[in-house]
Design a protein around this ligand. Sequence first.
Ligand code: G3P
Length: 217
Amino acid sequence: MKFFIDTANLDQISEAQSLGILDGVTTNPSLMAKEGITGKQNIIDHYKKICSIVDGDVSAEVISTDFEGMISEGELLAALHPQIVVKLPMIKDGIKACKYFADKGIRTNVTLVFSSGQALLAAKAGATYVSPFLGRLDDISTDGLHLISEIRHIYNNYGFQTEILAASIRHTMHVIDCAKIGADVMTGPLSSITGLLNHPLTDIGLAKFLEDYKKGN
Ligand code: G3P
């Protein structure tokens, strides 16, 4: 399972990278705005900084909602760095753009996916990644994990190579449940990754080992 961090915060990206288990970064316009990164050039510069910190894939989202706009934006983003994956919204022109990029060998991440039908279309269009939003479905009392499970089943039926990128992950149990289902990738906040470290018995056990070591020295 690949671990991506879902943030535009450079300190958090660096911290996750320093753990040695980070496979990539996802961003979106809201996450950029949260870090105060606004304006086309600043956003582009920020993507370059992220690519200089991590080794893996970095999703960069287009703002256009029409085919031509997505193509010109996506081509510009893809040319920034080999690690860039063009993130496209799950709308009609997004699917058309996804197919266009797939034919050109440019990697894509189809985002804002909330149904298995949408995920099927993204796979048919040759998406590299599909991003079902788990937490946002849970927010409206709909089982987000069930969607991940359905997509896994459908993709397995036909051998689709599109990777299921479980997005809008909020906490460690989401990560564990997605791993059980067989999501290819998780993306979430730093806390959803570092939280996996914690167990009180580990802390108690380590304290006891160190205490006993001191007794013998
Ligand atoms: O990766 C998708 C993500 O950025 C959305 O997360 O927490 O805003 O639903 P959230």
